[in-house]
Design a protein. Structure first.
Lengths: 202, 587, 232
């Protein structure tokens, strides 16, 4: 083993592997959401009556969620900053804030879903379908698949950040805070696109 | 580190291994098994085409539903469960770390996960044969609303809709795409980050370049289809109407999403196989690859163009007729870089010293067949002739002439070439040549006659042509029989390969390090390479194709051997010196 | 032996001609490429040429051969594109003068033909519908027949090989196309987009008739079937 170590020549290593991998993953994710958004836009332009349906979404809750996500993006940046200084208690504090932001987002979202579902606007909106209004029921299909996929990403982000926090607590894997931050920014960015498309354009 | 290595149990060494070589082998074996399934399906429906309503040996009577399902699954399996794992994943895993001179992939655990998700996807697909109603039979393109009617038409219950042929197939495809995405991330990161000392971008072998370009094309085209596949699944199991015009949707949306991925997918399959050609040709022509850098640039151009041509699959689908011209021009433009790559390959042969070894024969056969496949593509790239030829056997013969050499000739060339490396044993050359000639002739006979059937107006995916007077006449009936008999010979001749494979594996290891006298780094490692690949990480001094360089003693100059013209400039590529221990424990 | 089925449409010949034009380019390219591939295998095999020459192909004087070939290929591609352009416009756009209008509706698994009623206008209440496996679409010879293609359920594709015409029929859309058939007879219509179990049984006919016979047939439809309500 020791002879091997002596003769080891070293690889070219510009970017840390994790960061590079995360960039590639983000590129892939953006294409998935990009396809979904492009599809939605195509239908939205075809069906102007969707603006009536969009009026049923709560702009207030959407706006609150936007602010919450933006704040949580700020806190994860602070966590990353702290991680660079190996300040573990600070990392944990800021990451807790970020997770809290994610949880607030999900709670808000659930409240919103609850209101919409109680109005009868579900993934398939049976009352619209029965009334023959298939086009408008399709709006809700898009609404739920887009926000649902985004919400799933928020949930996954929260779980992953929790796992990373457990590792950081033991002083391990501090570089992963940055990766979590990159992922979280992506989630944030996607929401910035979804918010005007689903909530503001009425 | 060594101590833990030797204590590996059977499970962690061969099943849940994170070693790139084991994962590569797993992908290859899985690909061969699925090729067996796909080949059997082909046998069954080809037999039915030549002898309608006859009882098929080893199968029995084939119903129309089964025929449709078999045709659909044959296409699905050969593209997604043979071509992708074998060309992209198996080659990528086996070759990339060895060729760039490193110990393993950047993310070994993700790599293992990728294979097991792929395995799961294969299981889901095969399970779909056994659910009520059988596997999905609406073509591998899965055009809705035919593929979206699960909820409305037949299964108004969530679980019956979920466990139907169509839902399982969509799920299987989605899982497979996720597995390949994970693999692709690994390839790109490994290649960018883990190259050994001196391995600059333009010293990386073409096959590694091409697998990376293919991975990037795949990543940027598959996203919309992943989202689209879930939308199709929801149409089936929950009753949404994304693609069903009766429920507000539009089936054209799926056609766009599918082909936006589906056409780049062709290049995802083609590029790794072309990479194999680029590795093997110089070795057996003893001559540098003709135009190493231009080939890379042409591949990059084709990668960009690949996402601009998808709608040439939809010339007759009812898209705006003016759009067709745009996509026709795109199709013409993308044929140029690929023609350039093939011409460069052929130019490599000129003034070489060609040895007809078994891998070389597969390579030459590949080029010959692909010539026909590519040139017949000119007919179909013309949107006007496509009005007639679309969905006829002319198209089917065309894409078999491209995909069959691509997947099988590319794979066999790779197996015969790299088998000694990864097993330390060698395959029987005589049997290899017999295998090649039988495959080559049987394939040509099978598909060449079917071009004529296509021009006579024979359309695809029909289990019984008895109603169609244009097809039910001579010589087309005879052509069908010729195609079937020769397809059976084609399938049977693959048993020669299996026999060769197993008998060779049973032989004792010879462990010849570099039997073909090749330059690339994988031949520097032991045969088979141990866990961690290299005793010492090789240092690279020059490009991968320095054959017959004047002034050198031998007619080859491995990348890790300093030639007379090589300046010792490798250190400038070292950006960060890690300590040896931290690198060694990085597993 | 003619490799195509008999052509009976006005624009079919253009597609056949286009095939032979492309075939000429392809044949030349194939012969040259085959020579470029096979010649070195004989000339430069190990026995004949034990020592290879060191050519990287990155020098301009070597790589120019590839470039020349590519320019030729690109040129012939655009010649093909230029030659086919008119035919494409002709087939895909409907002529101003429509002599006969019919509706063609695809469903699992036969083609439904809709003739305008006595008022002569399609898509009105008095349309006559022929909905039967093995039924024929009757059209007069040498007339511009404009048809509206629709689908009731899944994607189908209308294929009339003898006219060299094919068009996918997507549910939720109406596609208007045309043909002008020049020879009397009965020709197969098939569906070329897989549409279910009986996809291979989805076969109807086009019956090309003289003007008189066609009129007679339409009259017989009006009397025999009475007036049926139009399809939605």
């Amino acid at each position: 083993m020791s002879t091997k170590q002596q003769h080891l020549s070293l690889p070219i290593n510009k970017v840390p592997e994790g960061r590079l991998g995360m960039w590639v993953l983000i590129a892939g994710e953006l294409v998935i959401f990009g396809g979904l958004i492009a599809t939605y836009l195509q239908y939205r332009l075809r069906y102007p009556q969707w603006s009536e349906m969009a009026a049923h979404t709560s702009t207030l809750i959407g706006a609150i969620n936007t602010v919450v996500l933006l704040c949580s993006s700020y806190t994860i940046v602070r966590a990353h900053e702290a991680a660079q200084h190996r300040d573990i208690p600070k990392v944990l504090t800021w990451m807790t804030c970020t997770i809290a932001g994610g949880l607030i987002f999900l709670v808000d979202k659930s409240i919103e879903y609850y209101h919409e579902i109680s109005e009868g606007f579900t993934f398939t909106s049976p009352h619209l379908q029965q009334a023959g209004d298939h086009v408008n029921s399709l709006f809700w299909s898009f609404y739920y698949i887009m926000t649902g996929l985004h919400g799933t990403h928020v949930l996954v982000g929260i779980i992953v950040m929790f796992i990373i926090m457990m590792q950081v607590r033991k002083g391990k894997n501090l570089h992963r805070v940055e990766l979590a931050g990159m992922y979280w920014h992506m989630v944030d960015l996607i929401w910035i696109f979804l918010f005007p498309l689903l909530y503001i354009a009425k | 580190m060594d101590a833990t290595l030797h204590k590996q149990s059977f499970w962690s060494k061969y099943i849940f291994s994170t070693d790139h070589k084991v994962i590569g082998m797993q992908y290859a074996i899985m690909g061969i098994i699925m090729a067996g399934v796909g080949g059997f399906l082909a046998y069954v429906f080809r037999y039915n085409l030549a002898y309608p309503n006859a009882s098929i040996p080893l199968f029995g009577h084939l119903s129309a539903t089964q025929y449709n399902a078999f045709v659909t699954c044959h296409g699905m399996i050969m593209v997604f469960w043979v071509g992708m794992p074998v060309l992209l994943s198996a080659l990528g895993n086996l070759l990339i770390p060895l060729m760039i001179g490193t110990d393993d992939m950047a993310f070994p655990t993700v790599n293992m996960l990728s294979f097991w998700i792929f395995f799961l996807s294969a299981v889901v697909l095969l399970a779909s044969f056994f659910v009520p109603g059988g596997a999905f039979g609406g073509g591998w393109t899965m055009y809705p609303p035919f593929s979206a009617g699960g909820y409305v038409n037949h299964n108004p219950h969530f679980f019956t809709a979920l466990f139907s042929g169509v839902s399982l197939m969509i799920l299987a495809v989605a899982l497979e795409l996720v597995a390949m995405l994970m693999g692709g991330i690994n390839f790109v990161v490994t290649t960018i980050n883990k190259r050994t000392k001196g391995m600059t971008a333009f010293r990386v072998p073409i096959v590694v370049w091409f697998i990376n370009i293919a991975s990037v094309i795949f990543m940027f085209s598959v996203g919309p289809l992943v989202a689209g596949a879930f939308m199709l699944l929801f149409d089936n199991i929950l009753g949404t109407g994304f693609y069903d015009p009766a429920r507000g949707g539009d089936p054209m949306l799926w056609e766009h999403l599918f082909w936006f991925f589906g056409h780049p997918e062709v290049y995802v399959l083609l590029l790794p196989a072309l990479g194999v050609l680029a590795e093997i040709l110089p070795v057996f022509a003893r001559k540098p690859l003709f135009g190493y850098k231009p080939i890379i640039y042409m591949a990059l151009v084709s990668a960009v163009l690949s996402v601009l041509v998808w709608a040439h699959h939809q010339f007759v689908a009812g898209i705006d007729p003016r759009m067709a011209t745009f996509f026709s021009i795109g199709t013409i433009l993308i044929s140029i870089p690929f023609a350039g790559i093939f011409l460069s390959f052929m130019a490599t042969l000129w003034k070489g010293s060609i040895k007809f070894s078994v891998p070389m024969m597969w390579v030459l056969g590949f080029i010959g067949l692909f010539l026909i496949g590519g040139l017949t593509g000119l007919f179909l790239g013309s949107n006007t002739f496509d009005i007639y030829a679309h969905d006829t056997y002319f198209v089917v013969a065309h894409f078999h002439y491209t995909l069959f050499p691509d997947i099988f000739f590319g794979f066999f060339a790779a197996i015969y070439y790299w088998f000694p490396k990864f097993t330390g044993k060698s395959l029987n050359a005589g049997l290899g040549k017999l295998h090649f000639w039988l495959t080559f002739f049987a394939f040509n006979v099978t598909w060449f006659v079917l071009f004529f059937n296509g021009l006579a107006g024979q359309h695809r995916r029909i289990n019984d042509y008895s109603d169609f007077s244009l097809i039910m006449r001579e010589p087309y009936i005879t052509f069908e029989k010729i195609a079937t008999i020769s397809a059976i010979i084609l399938i049977l001749s693959q048993f020669i390969f299996l026999y060769n494979l197993f008998t060779s594996l049973a032989k004792a290891k010879k462990g010849v390090k570099n039997p073909w006298e090749s330059n690339t780094l994988e031949w520097v490692a032991d045969s088979p390479p141990p866990h961690g690949n290299f005793q010492t990480y090789p240092v690279v001094y020059h490009g991968p194709y320095e054959y017959s360089l004047p002034g050198e003693g031998a007619d080859f100059l491995p990348q890790n051997v300093q030639g007379k013209n090589d300046t010792n400039n490798v250190t400038q590529n070292n950006y960060e010196h890690k300590t040896a221990t931290s690198f060694a424990t990085h597993k | 032996m003619n490799i195509f089925p008999e052509n009976v449409s006005t624009y079919g010949q253009e597609i056949d001609n286009l095939f032979w034009l492309i075939f000429a380019f392809v044949a030349i390219a194939f012969v040259i490429s085959l020579f470029v591939l096979l010649y070195p295998l004989i000339k430069y095999n190990r026995k004949a040429a034990p020592k290879a020459e060191y050519i990287t192909g990155e020098k301009r004087k070597h790589f120019k051969w590839v470039v020349v070939a590519l320019v030729l290929l690109l040129g012939s591609d655009f010649v093909i594109l230029y030659c086919e352009h008119d035919a494409w416009g002709q087939i895909e756009s409907v002529p101003a003068k429509a002599d006969v209008k019919v509706g063609i509706i695809a469903r699992q698994w036969n083609w439904i033909f809709v003739y305008p009623g006595p008022d002569g206008i399609l898509n009105t209440a008095d349309d006559v519908i022929v909905d039967d496996m093995n039924s024929s679409l009757h059209v007069p010879i040498n007339k511009n027949v404009v048809f509206e293609l629709r689908s009731q359920d899944v994607i189908h594709s209308f294929f009339l090989a003898n006219a060299r015409f094919k068009q996918d029929v997507l549910p939720g859309r109406t596609v208007v196309r045309w043909f002008n058939l020049t020879k009397e007879g009965k020709y197969d219509i098939s569906c070329t987009q897989i549409c279910g179990v009986l996809h291979s049984k989805m076969r109807n006919f086009v019956m090309v008739e003289s003007e008189d016979k066609y009129k007679h047939y339409i009259d017989s439809l009006y009397t025999a079937n009475g007036r049926k309500t139009a399809m939605k």
